[in-house]
Design a protein around this ligand. Structure first.
Ligand SMILES: Cc1cc2nc3c(=O)[nH]c(=O)nc-3n(C[C@H](O)[C@H](O)[C@H](O)COP(=O)(O)OP(=O)(O)OC[C@H]3O[C@@H](n4cnc5c(N)ncnc54)[C@H](O)[C@@H]3O)c2cc1C
Length: 456
């Protein structure tokens, strides 16, 4: 039993969920980054905004860090209690407060699991497009904090594009409302989108108003198999050059296909070196026409086979195969590092080739896959041991620098957290780093909210 936990219990009152038992704390000690285990002094499962305010009051009084946490699926270590302190879990604040077809909005608490929200809005003929592949597990609060994206970001954008307004608690304990419920609204500085993507370092989100779209009535999905990933990447460029905007366009290289095939419902045949999963949506027959045309463009780019899903079941199999890539890779190569660089689409072929060259130079196997349509590539360095991983830092460094040299970014969606903070100055430069530090200090002058993350 920790003294801090008892103090929190006394402040939070009857029915509070304060955890300080070491077994019960274990799930709060890690995330999906593979960075390591950091056991917090205690964890609190907030029930409402008042709990969040009370925890932040204790943080100020005792000068202990508070680390907000959603579902712990983050890949940048941003929810880890690196400096100890209180993990503040939002998992119990998981109510969908409202779905309004009339206004086209949903109002939710941060702990709602993304798939739960998607299913609830789709049952009403509405659509919430952001679809990170962790959708069965990740929370809306975590999506907002990391500005998560997914395959459909290509056509529909990322989480930020759907956050209209927030209720958030500042480190001072003040409960603020930002943004609006209307689709448009430009009054004052856009604090909503400053908090979105801030990785829990500026404020704790306790409610979000999200924009919804009408649910597209028709979705068509295709899978093209190529001799190499370069052929697949070229097909992506051809599809856009011909004037099409798929809602998703996902690339697999040979190593990704080899690793996922034993686990996946779709078995990639031997000898295939690259694949493209592409999808169109809309309301009329032109959706099917576009799929056919994209298939022809793949063939023109050298595709060996082009498959079109003939049923929802086949469509689900193709997507299940895509979603299993990360999981299969982690199981086969637990010491792997997954970078999520993004480059301008025109540089995709170069980025894939550069990742492969870096791997070869360092004697490290690589596997690349991801959201090719928006240039966001998951470059995996497949280390065989923790020692190899520690020694492979130079290769990681080179992958990130290569993305920057091609006009890209060190992270397309996973965020900076702990994993990439050393590289952030390379991308932002000294002036912008200093400005960002001043902004952090304006929100959190005592540096108690998720300290050390993002800006170091
Ligand atoms: C198999 C797999 C596939 C993935 N695929 C994708 C993908 O396609 N696209 C993508 O973008 N990401 C992907 N991710 C990464 C991850 O799922 C996302 O970053 C997700 O948004 C994290 O949500 P979470 O609820 O798990 O957040 P956590 O990991 O718990 O926390 C992440 C960050 O959010 C902060 N936070 C959480 N809740 C709040 C809150 N209420 N207020 C303020 N800060 C808060 C935390 O402090 C931390 O900084 C994937 C992860 C896995 C394991």
């Amino acid at each position: 039993m920790s003294e801090l936990a008892d103090f929190l219990r006394s402040r939070l009152g009857v029915g509070a969920h304060v955890i300080d038992d070491s077994d019960a704390l274990a799930p709060y000690a890690h995330d999906e980054s593979g960075i390591g285990r950091f056991v917090p002094t205690c964890a609190v499962q907030a029930r409402h905004a008042e709990d969040v305010q009370a925890v932040l009051a204790v943080s100020r009084e005792r000068r202990v860090p508070v680390i907000p946490r959603g579902a712990g699926t983050g890949k940048a270590g941003a929810a880890l209690a690196e400096q100890g302190g209180i993990v503040l879990s939002l998992e119990r604040m998981n109510r969908i407060l409202e779905i309004s077809p009339e206004d086209g909005v949903a109002v939710v608490e941060p702990g709602v699991i993304l798939k739960t929200l998607m299913d609830a809005v789709e049952a009403r003929g509405l659509f919430y497009p952001p679809d990170p592949n962790s959708l069965n597990a990740c929370s809306i609060g975590g999506n907002i904090a990391h500005n998560a994206g997914g395959p459909r970001a290509l056509k529909y954008g990322v989480t930020a594009d759907y956050v209209l307004g927030l209720k958030a608690v500042l480190p001072s304990g003040e409960l603020i409302r930002t943004g609006h419920r209307s689709i448009k609204g430009v009054a004052g500085l856009d604090l909503t989108h400053l908090i979105v993507g801030s990785e829990g370092t500026l404020a704790i989100v306790v409610e979000a108003t999200l924009q919804l779209l009408p649910l597209p009535r028709r979705v068509e999905t295709g899978l093209a198999l190529f001799p190499s990933e370069a052929h697949a990447a070229q097909a992506v460029l051809n599809i856009f050059a011909d004037g099409h905007l798929p809602r998703a366009c996902e690339l697999f290289d040979a190593a990704s296909m080899r690793l996922v095939t034993p686990k996946a419902p779709f078995k990639f045949p031997e000898g295939v070196g690259g694949a493209l999963l592409f999808e169109f949506d809309g309301n009329g027959d032109q959706v099917a026409d576009e799929l056919v045309r994209a298939g022809e463009l793949c063939t023109a780019a050298g595709a060996l086979t082009v498959l079109a899903a003939q049923s929802d079941a086949q469509r689900r199999q193709m997507w299940e195969t895509r979603r299993l890539v990360s999981v299969a890779m982690m199981e086969a190569k637990p010491h792997k590092i997954s970078e999520d660089v993004a480059v301008p689409r025109g540089k995709l072929v170069e980025m894939i080739a550069e990742a492969r060259r870096i791997g070869e130079r360092h004697g490290i196997a690589t596997a690349s896959y991801g959201h090719a349509g928006d240039g966001n590539l998951h470059v995996n360095l497949l280390f065989n041991s923790a020692a190899e991983r520690a020694a492979g830092q130079a290769a990681i460094d080179e992958v990130l620098r290569a993305a920057l040299a091609l006009g890209g970014t060190i992270t397309g969606e996973h965020g900076v957290g702990i994993a990439k903070r050393a590289f952030l100055p390379l991308e932002l430069g000294a002036e912008v780093m200093a400005l960002q530090r001043r902004l952090k200090a304006a929100f959190d002058p005592e540096n108690l909210l998720n300290p050390g993350k993002v800006l170091g």
